[in-house]
Design a binder for this molecule. Structure first.
Ligand SMILES: Cc1ncc(COP(=O)(O)O)c(C=O)c1O
Length: 385
């Protein structure tokens, strides 16, 4: 794609892998059947394809196929998990624990549930973005029905101590819902070993199509109960009615299969490229990493350029680099990122932050050009002051 900026915004979305598109195509035309049609071959073909996709999606996260509910994406999965639990467990309690740096999907549902009468504890984070596990344990009371904490932060790439969180939730008998949208396909995620009871993720962050995602719903130890958001034909074990998006689901399945095979090598390659990009930048006075260098997704780095005019950096580099200054959902507004603010950054430093996120098709040459572009822009800023 000549003339376009170099794409380093894979945390916002990824291109579809060509192998994913190829596998999807017949399901738009010749294999167009409704997976719920039981009386003819068109339906059987579609159902078989959905079954295979469900197996592939489940395999990537160590789940049983029957524990995968297909949705329209992570936002819907988040809504189904949180609203579904709040209603299903309303007889047991009304208290939800989450955190200030969650994705807007989670934060908005927290607000909504609060307006409907739930109590929400929003845990603070430290300067690296970590929640204090001691504070999590202390926040749990006998009315707590859900702990909601993400696997990897979408703005900084910070990885949460998921097993530590689940151990605390388990100890108190409280279900743990994890938004793993940024982590699945990038780092090993295993719902059993990680102790996760409900988990949201989406195809378009792992080289699959947009508009399809999944909610993992644990079926035993403990069996999770949910009240659905959508009612109708009773698809997806009655938890998500609506004709299945068969081409999307097929693409999601293929994307997960590719991640299962390629993830380790891909992560190592991208970590090398990312470190090559940021290590020299971090030597520049005023440039710092937002997050914890010991607990990061391999392909993401969020840097603050805390120097005079640093908030002008995005304006200069954005002709050549497709990067993000905060999450895509909030970048339409120029307000500083709620994640960076929660980590204690000033408005100015938050606005002078850039997220670089690399992906499967990022080349070494692109990273070198990106590095050159940022250095040139910083020089220009220095010249301007
Ligand atoms: C952490 C996180 N949760 C949820 C979402 C929403 O995902 P979707 O676009 O599939 O609704 C995103 C996407 O930006 C995300 O990064």
């Amino acid at each position: 794609m000549t003339g376009y900026p170099i794409y380093l915004d894979h945390s916002a979305t990824t291109p579809c892998d060509p192998a994913v598109v190829e596998e999807m195509l017949p399901y738009f035309t010749t294999h167009f059947g409704n997976a719920a049609s039981r009386s003819h071959a068109y339906g059987w073909m579609a159902e078989e394809a959905v079954d295979q996709a469900r197996e592939r999606v489940a395999a990537l996260i160590g789940a049983e196929p029957s524990e995968i509910i297909f949705t329209s994406g992570a936002t819907e999965s988040v809504n189904l998990a949180m609203q579904g639990v709040a209603e299903a467990y309303s007889g047991k309690g009304d208290h939800i624990i989450s955190c200030a740096t969650e994705h807007k999907a989670v934060l908005d549902v927290c607000d909504r549930l609060e307006r409907k009468g739930c109590r929400v504890t929003r845990l603070p984070v430290d300067a690296m973005g970590h929640v204090d596990l001691g504070a999590l344990g202390e926040a749990i009371d006998d009315r707590t029905i859900l702990v909601v904490l993400m696997y990897a932060n979408n703005e900084t790439g910070l990885l949460s101590p998921v097993r530590g969180i689940s151990a605390i939730a388990r100890k108190h008998g409280v279900p743990f819902f994890c938004d793993a949208t940024q982590a699945v396909g990038k780092v090993p995620v295993d719902v059993e070993a990680d102790g996760i009871d409900l988990m949201a993720f989406t195809a378009h962050k792992l080289y699959g199509p947009k508009g399809v995602g999944a909610l993992y719903v644990r079926r035993r130890n403990p069996r999770m109960r949910l009240v659905p958001l959508l009612y109708g034909g009773g698809h997806e074990r009655g938890l998500r009615s609506g004709t299945l998006n068969v081409p999307g689901i097929v693409g999601f399945g293929k994307a997960c299969a590719i991640c299962s095979d390629a993830m380790d090598a891909e992560s190592a390659r991208l970590k090398g490229l990312r470190d090559g990009l940021i290590t020299p930048l971090l030597r520049i006075p005023g440039v710092r990493l937002n997050g914890d260098p010991g607990a990061m997704l391999p392909q993401v780095a969020n840097l603050s350029f805390a120097m005079p005019g640093g908030d002008g950096l995005m304006r200069i580099i954005s002709r050549e680099l497709a990067v993000s200054s905060g999450s895509a959902c909030t970048s339409a507004t120029l307000s500083p990122s709620h994640v960076l603010k929660a980590m204690g950054l000033s408005d100015a430093d938050a606005l002078a932050s850039v997220r670089f996120s690399l992906g499967r098709f990022t080349t070494e040459e692109e990273v070198q050009r990106a590095h050159h572009c940022v250095e040139k822009a910083l020089q220009r800023l220095r010249d301007e002051v």
